[in-house]
Structure formats: C-alpha cells, structure tokens
Write a protein that binds this ligand. Structure first.
Ligand code: GAL
Length: 371
C-alpha cells in the first residue's frame, strides 16, 4: 500500500493504493460485510472531464483513509446509440444493496449525450458483487402518471404563476422562461415523468429506499419511494422545499429524525450549504440554515461558500455511535480530474447539524465526548 494514511486530509490530493489521486467525484459509500466501497464519477483531464467518458469508478477500504482501486464499476458505452454512450452526463452515482434480490443497485443522474441537462433522467444499473461490473438496466423520468402525495387535487389545475417565476428567474439567474411554460413543472411533467437531476438514495432502517432529486428545473426537490427490488420508483412521491432551488442532496437518519445537507443552485461554483430536518422522510422538512463553520486555509473560503465544496453524501460510520461524515466535492471544472474531496465530521449542537472545518482529522474525534 502506497502512502498508508492515518487521517483525513481535507482538499488535498488523495492517493489510492497505486498512488493515483482518487477519481470518484459526486460519490457515495456502500458498506458491505465490513468493507467500504466508494463509488463516484470518473473524470478525465480538462473541461472534457465534465461529461462522462469512462463511467463510475469504485474504490474499497476497510479504514476509510486508505482506498484500493477496484476499477470501473459501470462503463459508458462505445455504442453511440446507447443511453449511456461515451459523452453522456452521468453524475452522482449511489449504490445500495437489495436484500430481496441479493443484488447491488446503482442509481445515477443521466443526461443523454449532446442534450445538455435537458433530458433530466435517472439511470439504474445492477451487479451481483459490490465492485461490479454493473449492467445498465434502464433510464427514466420518475413517477410518470402519478400525482405527488402532498398537493391538493385542486392544485393540479393550477396555472403557472408568471410573475413569481419572472422574479425568481431574475433573482436566481436561471430557471425557465416564464413565457413558454404555462403550468407548474410537476403538472407539465405528469404524463412523461418528473425531471431528475442531482440525486441521492437513502435506505431507511426498515429497508425501504428513497430517491431524492432536484426536479422541476432544479427549483424543488422530489422524494420518491423505490420498489421493493430498488429498480424503479413506485409512484409515491412528495414535492419538498418548493421553489427553494436545493441541489446536491445528502440524507441521513440520526436520533430517529431525517437530516439533509444540500446546496444552492450555482453549477460547479460553490455556494452556501444548507441543512434541514424532518420527522418523516415525506416531510414537512424544516430548514436549519448553513451548518458549516470555519475556514479552508487553502482557498480562504468559509461557510459562505462551503469551504469551496458542494455536498454529495453523508456516511454513517458503522459501529460508532453518532459518527457521521459529511462528504463534499471541491469541483475543478477547468480540469475535472483534479477535483478534490472534503470529508468532515458532522456533529449535532442544539439539535442542529454542525460541520466544522478541519484540515486533518481521524475517526477518534467521534470518541471524544467534548467534540
Ligand atoms: C452542479 C451539480 C453537479 C453538476 C453541475 C453542472 O450544481 O451539483 O452535480 O450537475 O452542477 O454544472
């Protein structure tokens, strides 16, 4: 093992067992039989790395500091007619294990090649072993033909609030052109399925799993229940954080409640992290503000831009009480392969999550009563 590490070193080059910087961006962690598997976007050098040319990279570890290259878990296709063709956008892969089928199931944000972020789909792939290879099954827009559980029937007939959307577009520097969309997006997309961009998966204690994604042109998150085999959405879904433009959702459960870390919506550029809590996964969700504190000395960035990072996952470390690691990406869109990782302990103070900058730290922080 090259360079055995004994701690996390925030934002630095993080070599794998071959000495190469880990290439697993927008990632998440699977824990299986005492081994950690880190899945993330494999990026290539330069701006070309902002779309997928390789696939999803997997690494394995038993201590979280030292990672072994386990290869490409899901490859993009050389067939240009494939939905996951070389040059598509394949982001934020997350893997969970389905005990019913004994298969590992990967979900990711998929955009067909050459269509920008307009296709807004999820992709699903499966494997018999955690490291894969994963077989691409299908892609879709979730919940076609289903109404969200938390809107009244009369709202389905609501027409688009042009004034509100014009103001929103001006203040957020984005969003759709109000002159061309007449209905709320979730009404517009009822028949063909809801948009799904930044996403994560969350598996609850009872084995029920959920897909959480930025929908409605990124303006509103959707939370959807997965089928028992984890291969589809069931059609049961809720709209949450209506027009709050949350991206990069990461969810965990702590003390019986659901906690979310997310970001604002500014592309690869960092913005202020957000935290939220709910008693039920379906909400209502309550925003608790920016959970981050401290300064990243490498770039001088503090909470106002999340140390330069954007959330991707929250890892509950098995076997340690209250040990949660919030994972962020430090994107480098001009040279995507050089994106860095910030993993920081997530603590709870006054019933709010707190994520404090640390340049170096190890898992013993979770043993300290006074942390
Ligand atoms: C970010 C998003 C990333 C990627 C990027 C593209 O906001 O979190 O996953 O989609 O935009 O600009």
């Amino acid at each position: 093992m090259v360079n055995a590490r004994k701690q996390f070193e925030s934002g630095t080059v993080w070599p794998d067992d071959t000495g190469t910087h880990i290439n697993a961006h927008g990632g998440g962690i699977l824990v299986d039989e005492g081994v950690f598997y880190w899945f993330g976007e494999h990026k290539i050098a330069g701006e070309a790395g902002n779309v997928a040319h390789v696939g999803v990279h997997c690494y394995s570890s038993t201590d979280l500091y030292n990672w072994k290259d386990a290869g490409i878990a899901l490859s993009v296709s050389e067939d240009p007619t494939s939905e996951i063709a070389d040059g598509c956008i394949l982001e934020r892969p997350k893997v969970i294990y389905n005990a019913t089928t004994s298969r590992f199931v990967m979900w990711f944000h998929l955009e067909f090649k050459g269509q920008g972020y307009n296709t807004s789909r999820v992709g699903v792939a499966v494997a018999d072993r955690p490291t894969g290879p994963y077989t691409f099954l299908h892609s879709f827009r979730p919940n076609a033909g289903h109404w969200p559980i938390n809107v009244a029937a009369e709202e389905r007939n609501a027409i688009y609030d042009t004034k509100l959307m014009t103001e929103m577009r001006a203040s957020q520097g984005g969003g759709p052109d109000p002159s061309v969309v007449r209905f709320p997006f979730w009404v517009r997309d009822f028949a063909n399925g809801q948009m799904s961009r930044d996403m994560t998966l969350f598996e609850d204690d009872d084995g029920t799993a959920y897909h959480i994604c930025a929908s409605e042109q990124n303006s509103t998150l959707h939370i959807s229940q997965l089928t028992d085999d984890y291969l589809c959405t069931t059609g049961k879904y809720a709209r949450v954080f209506n027009k709050r433009w949350h991206e990069a959702p990461a969810v965990c459960k702590h003390n019986g409640r659901y906690w979310m870390i997310s970001s604002d919506c500014t592309g690869w550029a960092p913005n202020a992290a957000r935290s939220s809590v709910a008693d039920s996964i379906w909400g209502p969700w309550r925003e608790l503000g920016n959970p981050t504190e401290g300064i990243n000395p490498d770039n001088g960035i503090g909470p106002e831009k999340t140390f330069g990072g954007q959330s991707t996952y929250i890892l509950a470390v098995p076997g340690k009480a209250d040990a949660l690691i919030a994972m962020f990406d430090l994107w480098r869109p001009e040279n995507a392969i050089d994106g860095r990782y910030l993993w920081l302990p997530m603590r709870f103070e006054d019933n709010k999550p707190t994520i404090t900058w640390r340049s170096e730290w190890d898992l013993s922080v979770f043993d300290d009563g006074d942390e």
